[in-house]
Design a protein around this ligand. Structure first.
Ligand SMILES: Nc1ncnc2c1ncn2[C@@H]1O[C@H](COP(=O)(O)OP(=O)(O)OP(=O)(O)O)[C@@H](O)[C@H]1O
Ligand SMILES: [Mg+2]
Length: 251
């Protein structure tokens, strides 16, 4: 089956929605199976949005769809970032438009030092934060600038992966499980950095299994369940609603 994307019936959200990043009626699939269906939500400029849901709910697929990765294929709907139609773009164009995806596996480039990993991100414009500014944000990376990236600890690799996204001129940071496998003290450190990044005006979408930590950081939350949005509202509302948490987050 090879369904061509049909955006002809789409509503032009850029004209109607105030949101910075808008996902409207998005549908994506791998091969023949639909993964997310009729997903719509907005992300406001400067906020941190927690995208939550149980294993297999479609969180990673949603981030990959927004970043216009090859898989899953977006077959319907619209994705707008600051009046730019991401749904009409390929992944490198979405990156140039301001999407910074930090994937779960971190993708540190073997054979390159910390600094070379950052320099590689700045090989072409638009360039974001300077390398010195990134070392101010993550002093551990500055201390290890000559060390091969893949020999860093898990937490340091996560920091490098976030720093590499910021090394480009991004508008939105998409984080897929940034706390996974990290000790609580390192999670504290990364969380503190994410607050600083927010203060600098970057909009963030965070996917996390550690939902409580993500909700404490986030302004708003969207919860997915079997590929559909089942909650869209304030992060505090989810923290206070035990029923909602038990039903969709199993916490
Ligand atoms: N490459 C793929 N090919 C086919 N199906 C896939 C692929 N990747 C994910 N899926 C399926 O898509 C659905 C959503 O997966 P996704 O990875 O988006 O969920 P998730 O919410 O990120 O889950 P987790 O919390 O486990 O990371 C699942 O049913 C999964 O099995
Ligand atoms: Mg996932």
């Amino acid at each position: 089956m090879n369904v061509k994307p049909d955006f002809s019936k789409g509503r032009n959200l850029a004209e109607t929605a105030p949101a910075f990043l808008s996902i409207w009626d998005m549908e994506s699939y791998y091969g023949e199976s639909f993964i997310v269906q009729n997903i719509s939500f907005n992300v406001h400029e400067g906020e941190i949005l927690a995208l939550l849901g149980r294993n297999g709910a479609g969180k990673t697929s949603t981030l990959r769809s927004i970043a216009r990765m090859d898989d899953p294929q977006v077959t319907h709907g619209e994705i707008w970032l600051d009046h730019q139609p991401l749904h009409l773009m390929k992944s490198h164009e979405a990156a140039a438009a301001g999407i910074g995806l930090v994937p779960e596996d971190r993708r540190i480039i073997p054979g390159l030092t910390v600094e070379e990993n950052l320099q590689l991100a700045q090989i072409a414009p638009p360039i974001g934060w300077s390398i010195e500014r990134l070392y101010d944000l993550f002093p551990r990376l500055g201390e290890r600038r000559k060390q091969e990236g893949i020999t860093l600890s898990g937490g340091e690799q996560q920091m490098l992966s976030i720093a590499r996204a910021l090394a480009r001129d991004i508008k939105v940071l998409l984080l897929d499980e940034p706390y996974e496998g990290l000790a609580p003290v390192i999670v504290d450190e990364i969380e503190k950095t994410l607050r600083i990044i927010k203060e600098q005006g970057i909009t963030t979408v965070i996917v996390e299994q550690n939902a409580v930590r993500a909700l404490e950081l986030a302004d708003r939350a969207v919860i997915l369940d079997t590929g559909s949005v089942v909650f869209d509202g304030a992060a505090d509302e989810v923290l206070q609603n035990a029923e909602l948490r038990a039903e969709y987050l199993a916490i």
